[in-house]
Design a protein around this ligand. Sequence first.
Ligand code: CP
Ligand code: NVA
Length: 315
Amino acid sequence: MTSTASVRHFLRDDDLTPAEQREVLELGLGFREDRFIRTPLRGPQAVAVIFDKPSTRTRVSFSVGIAELGGYPLVIDAASSQLGRGEPIADTARVLDRQTSAIVWRTFGQERVEEMARVATVPVVNALTDEFHPCQILADLLTVAQLRGGVDSLAGTSLVYLGDGANNMAHSYLLGGVTAGMHVRIGAPAGFLPDPAVVADAERIARDTGGSVLVTTDAVEATRGADVVATDTWVSMGDEASAAERELPFVPYQVNAELMAVAVDDALVLHCLPAYRGKEITAEVIDGPQSAVWDEAENRLHAQKALLTWLLDRS
Ligand code: CP
Ligand code: NVA
């Protein structure tokens, strides 16, 4: 709530260095073990959690997490606030940062969270934009660490993401995955491939961490030997107008038993949810023994508590 030049934000996955991401994940595993291991928001400190788009998991996990950290979640639907009526982002930032300890925001363009962070004197956290969903990837990494031998097990693990390669999840898997030293593969149809600038950033990070990046239109090649198989809806929030065109090109990328057969035998299945059974994933797979999606959803809570604690410690 006080002005500081050193305030840290989390707008993209690569806002954390590999060492910093590891600290957050270790703390997240700590919160999994003991929900009240740290309570940094002493007293009735508020954290603003703003939604320009719908949410179930993000709304619940930030609300519960902020309360468990000892704070007060101030959940604001943009449609019912002046932000939704066009009040400038910078003006909103100046009002919020005098009364809250952090600002968590789900919105449209990445430039909106960047503008909030330029002005705010408290940490700003991206709770999903059109381009990135970095809190989700922290939870996904935590899930792999939880189920596969800790944070050390992440480096060298191969993760394939199948489906819409141009969406927020694909971009965040690229950046967050290579930051953890993973081999990240994107299998997506032509016309739905990741932003080349994000791929270039991921390749640069991978050179330092020992990870790697593969982008291909061949779903089988992408999935062969993968340790983790992830997917997401073919129609992200905001893409509804093109829903009809987002059906046929994606069919070969459906996560089903046939595709799972080319991954390693005990490959983990991740999906950020909400899931559309029969579209991007079959019921057999998401409700089957390799699915880790409920741990993944719970880990939003632990990962975000760790992230907020880490950011508040440094701001
Ligand atoms: N995975 C995720 O962000 O879910 P919500 O849209 O329900 O928050
Ligand atoms: N790509 C999806 C993620 C939902 C959590 C969307 O943006 O709608």
